[in-house]
Design a protein. Structure first.
Length: 207
């Protein structure tokens, strides 16, 4: 099943998978709600989801993997954001492919997922390894003070604050409650020794 809010993208992916890829596309839909509903009805072997479609592809991935554990989920997106990558993996995605992937290579990558492999571009694999090596913690330099150590979750929240997201948007993206997001923000401000979100962002940019 393919879910993408751009009709041309759905058509292009479908053609690349059915023409020479050996896949049967049972449905192609345009938003997250339709993706979940269709997946539950069709029970496909694999769902290929766009992240930024209406309703959030990551939210759809979370529901599909929870309700259909035998269905593999792969994200197909333009986003190279670490926050989106790790949110997708936490949602249960078995792959995270970029839309500039060579169409002729897409079927091969998806067959690998069906065989139990992960599908990640090399550049994103490096980011996952870096995250693992950091053991969940990185330092941000605070001018005139000792460096502050943030957890990986706090870094995700801080990165999203830098993107201009508010509490509710961050909560939705990370599958957290707004209360939990505010608690993380409070911890970030305390560790960076600043009073506002804006100051925290400026500290990150200076570091």
């Amino acid at each position: 099943m393919i879910a993408d809010d751009h009709p041309a993208a759905r058509t292009g992916v479908r053609e690349s998978l059915e023409a020479d890829g050996g896949f049967d596309v049972v449905a192609a839909v345009g938003d997250a709600n339709a993706a979940v509903e269709t997946a539950l009805g069709e029970r496909p072997d694999l769902c290929l989801l766009d992240i930024r479609m209406p309703g959030s592809g990551i939210s759809a991935a979370h529901e599909v993997t929870a309700k259909l554990p035998d269905t593999a989920v792969v994200m197909l997106t333009v986003s190279r954001s670490d926050a989106d990558l790790f949110a997708a993996l936490r949602a249960g995605a078995a792959g995270y492919l970029l839309k500039d992937t060579d169409p002729t290579r897409l079927p091969h990558a998806l067959r690998g997922v069906m065989a139990g492999e992960a599908a990640l571009p090399r550049a994103l694999v490096a980011r996952v390894i870096d995250e693992f090596r950091s053991q969940g913690r990185r330092r941000v330099r605070v001018v005139g003070k000792r460096g502050a150590e943030l957890t990986s979750r706090e870094w995700e929240v801080l990165d999203m604050l830098r993107e201009g997201l508010g509490t509710s948007e961050i909560a939705t993206r990370l599958f957290l409650s707004p209360v939990t997001v505010r608690r993380h923000v409070s911890q970030i401000l305390r560790k960076l020794r600043v009073k506002t979100r804006e100051e925290a962002i400026r500290t990150l940019e200076r570091g």
